[in-house]
Design a protein around this ligand. Structure first.
Ligand code: ATP
Length: 220
């Protein structure tokens, strides 16, 4: 499902390697924490997994495709099978909640009737059906993150990656967000969650990849 083999990453071609000799495999349908101190390389690993960067060396295979070899024209279709959640939500402020969640479906050219059905269902799942017409700024941080999760999963991705998704939230909101990510895992999605929140990790024991200075220092 996701395989890194001897992966190295440099930004801009010249600078230092920020990821070094990373090798691991994530089985389909697995849940993994991605841990490590600030600057260890967690976001960089997720950038490779979501096809936002290519490795400087080694091989990254995502959803059965080696991303160094895939033609650029094939990337958008592959990206549609990967859901991404960020710490800062990244909702479009000028669009109501419904249209934020509908965005990936509209980009993929789905019929408007299908979009209405899918978005309504997913907003119900995240507990925000009543906020469909609200602007994102009128929602709490936790609610905004649940909208972002709805947008990330509305295309039913095979892989869901979340970069510090609870970093801006209080504990009850963080738990709620995490339970949605766990639910996606329970439904069969491969899920990777980068976090500093060791207390949350202790509450939800799961396999972890631990990075330090761009290297994998523990797994399991
Ligand atoms: N776009 C970039 N250009 C150059 N260097 C970068 C870029 N993004 C990250 N880096 C560097 O790569 C290293 C790893 O950063 P990364 O953001 O992956 O770590 P992280 O573990 O996610 O950190 P944090 O927990 O603070 O988000 C750091 O030294 C960082 O300065």
């Amino acid at each position: 499902m996701v395989r890194f083999a001897e992966v190295g990453l440099r930004y801009g071609g010249a600078g230092p390697e920020v990821l070094r000799d990373l090798s691991f495999t994530l089985e389909p349908g697995s849940f993994h924490w991605l841990l490590g101190p600030s600057g260890a390389g967690k976001s960089s690993v997720l950038r490779l997994m979501q096809l936002a960067a290519r490795p400087s060396r080694g091989e990254v295979v995502v959803l059965g495709v080696s991303i160094s070899q895939v033609p650029r024209a094939a990337l958008p279709a592959l990206r549609r099978r990967i859901g991404v959640v960020y710490q800062d939500f990244r909702l479009l402020p000028h669009l109501p909640v419904f249209d934020n969640v509908a965005l990936p479906l509209r980009v993929a050219g789905r019929a408007e009737m299908q979009i209405r059905a899918d978005v309504t269902e997913i907003l119900r799942w995240v507990g925000l059906a009543a906020k469909a017409e609200a602007p994102p700024a009128s929602l709490s941080g936790g609610e905004q993150q649940r909208v972002a999760i709805a947008r990330a999963v509305v295309m039913r991705p095979a892989l869901l990656v979340a970069d510090e998704p609870t970093g801006n939230l209080d504990v009850p909101q963080a738990r709620r967000v995490l339970s949605l990510l766990r639910e996606m895992h329970r439904l069969g999605t491969t899920v990777v969650v980068a976090t500093h929140a060791e207390a949350l990790v202790a509450e939800y024991p799961a396999p972890a990849l631990r990075l330090s200075e761009g290297r994998l220092v523990a797994q399991g």
